[in-house]
Design a protein around this ligand. Structure first.
Ligand code: BES
Ligand code: ZN
Ligand code: ZN
Length: 487
């Protein structure tokens, strides 16, 4: 999308198509906008009952007159049930339907007296739905929508804000959709440097292999020791609130490819989707970029733990013991439980070097969370009820859903090792998401911590109206909302 503007319904310019929202009232469509000119134009399909305004219903109509040659009637369903998520989905469907026509400029009517939440959701739905990743296709999509003009209750500043956030989501999606061999530690470092160059509010601290060794970060080094590209930790410091020293720490799992290592991924466990295993790190980059562009008044330290879990003669071996940055010994019972190792050392480094008010980590950590929650919610684990509640509130607003799961002592017992301080995986398949979470918790010193297991939500097997590719950019919208409300 090249150009986004706002205007009043009356003053709107000519376009190729106009989107007109409807509610459904007693099985009959009722326009959600009061525009006499359009209402009379559209009376035919409505009165004939061809269009009843039910949720996600779309009808393209070619009127004989008017500012636009095409009118897209969009059903939003019953007004009382019309949540932000319904609006996000319906406007995404409208964009998709419009994209099938030879349409370049679209006027988009928002429902009359729409709240900030509803208008932003409409914009979000359309921008998310217009995301493309066709870099690998020799035949590119030539039908490109060039501009959207939003007519109705929408401040320019709000439009700009949503555009910025969805731009950051798209960057995260590009990273996750990209080839594992392209989006490696070297690429993350280059991207981080470019971001820091562009935004003076971002400072960078990059730890290469040598620096990881100096810091004695034995766990992330073990995971990365067989790969052609060395592991690294990238730390962004974003300072938007000079009156405070405290920072919100956001740490992402950046396993650029997860072969499972020598314990081998069992067949059917989806090795062909494992380029997505850096989705947590990719979200952190998106979050930092959005913070800088929106000039959020918070201090954030964003850290990426980057390693490739490769298989080869140099791979770390099952049964061996490695030492974490904070000196704990870990018996490797499964080389496929590598994300927690990367996170343990990265979180420990961040806590030692930055004053953390709270620590939030994002990781495609376990297949278990996908079994439990599917692709509908991230698993949320937290040592702090207030932090968990704040994340749940952001999840409700953004529809990047979370579902809280427990951190029982029982799970800690399952991670005890006879030969080391702990092991990296229990030998059972029981509770793999919670046992992964308690492993990470062993390395966290900050009292306020949350872990988001995003294995199900970061990379979809079934596409959605506003997620047209596998990568969703999960976490960017959620945590920007969280940071906006953070005090
Ligand atoms: N990267 C995987 C988890 C994953 C699964 C991400 C599906 C995205 C989609 C992770 O490193 C992994 O392999 N976890 C193991 C842990 C187990 C060995 C304790 C799992 O879930 O099977
Ligand atoms: Zn793994
Ligand atoms: Zn993994």
């Amino acid at each position: 999308m090249n150009k986004l503007t706002t205007c009043s319904l009356k003053e709107r310019k000519a376009a190729d198509l106009v989107i007109v929202p409807f509610f459904e009232e007693k099985s009959k469509a009722v326009a959600a906008i009061k525009a006499q000119e359009l209402a009379t134009l559209l009376s035919f399909p409505v009165n004939e009952g061809d269009f009843s305004g039910k949720e996600k219903e779309v009808l393209v109509y070619y009127p004989a007159s008017g500012k636009e040659k095409r009118v897209l009637l969009l059903g939003l369903g019953q007004q009382t049930k019309c949540s932000a998520e319904v609006v996000r989905t319906c406007y995404a469907m409208a964009l998709k339907a419009a994209g099938l026509k030879s349409v370049r400029h679209i006027n988009v009517c928002l429902p009359d007296a729409a709240s900030v939440e509803i208008s932003s959701a409409a914009v979000e739905g359309m921008l998310l739905a217009s995301y493309r990743f066709d870099g690998f296709k020799s035949k590119k999509d030539d039908k490109k929508i060039e501009s959207l003009c939003f007519c109705g209750a929408l401040e320019k500043a709000l439009l700009k804000k949503v555009e910025t956030i969805i731009g950051a989501v798209a960057m995260t999606q590009d990273l996750v959709n990209g080839n594992a061999d392209d989006v490696n530690a070297v690429a993350f470092i280059k991207l981080a440097k470019d971001l820091a160059k562009k935004h003076p509010s971002i400072k960078l601290n990059i730890l290469d292999k040598k620096a990881l060794e100096k810091e004695k970060m034995g766990l992330i080094l073990a995971v990365g020791q067989a790969a052609a590209i060395d592991p690294a930790v990238v730390v962004f410091e974003y300072r938007g609130n000079p009156s405070s020293k405290e920072m919100v720490a956001i740490v992402g799992k950046g396993v650029t490819f997860d072969t499972g290592g020598l314990n081998l991924k069992v067949s059917g466990s989806g090795i062909e989707t494992m380029k997505c295993d850096m989705a947590g790190a990719a979200a952190v980059v998106g979050i930092i970029r959005a913070c800088a562009e929106l000039k959020l008044k918070v201090n954030v330290v964003g850290a990426l733990g980057i390693a490739e879990n490769a298989m080869g003669p140099l791979s770390y071996k099952p049964g061996d013991v490695f030492y974490s940055r904070d000196g704990k010994s870990v018996e490797i019972t499964n080389t496929d439980a590598e994300g927690r190792l990367v996170l343990a050392d990265t979180i420990s480094y961040v806590e030692a070097h930055y004053p953390c008010r709270c620590v939030i980590d994002l990781a495609t950590l376990t297949g278990g969370v996908v079994i439990a929650l599917g692709e509908s919610a991230a698993g949320l684990f937290s040592s702090d009820d207030k932090l968990a509640a704040a994340l749940e509130a952001s999840a409700a607003r953004t529809h990047e859903r979370v579902w809280r799961l427990p951190l029982y002592q029982d799970y800690r017992e399952m991670m005890k090792s006879p030969i080391a301080d702990l092991k990296n995986s229990s030998n059972k398949r029981h509770a793999s998401a919670p046992t992964g979470a308690v492993f990470i918790q062993e390395f966290v010193k900050t009292s306020s911590w949350a872990h988001l297991d995003i294995a199900g939500v970061a990379y979809l097997s079934e596409l959605r109206p506003y997620y047209p590719t596998a990568a969703t950019g999960y976490g960017v919208r959620l945590l920007i909302d969280f940071l906006e409300h953070f005090s």
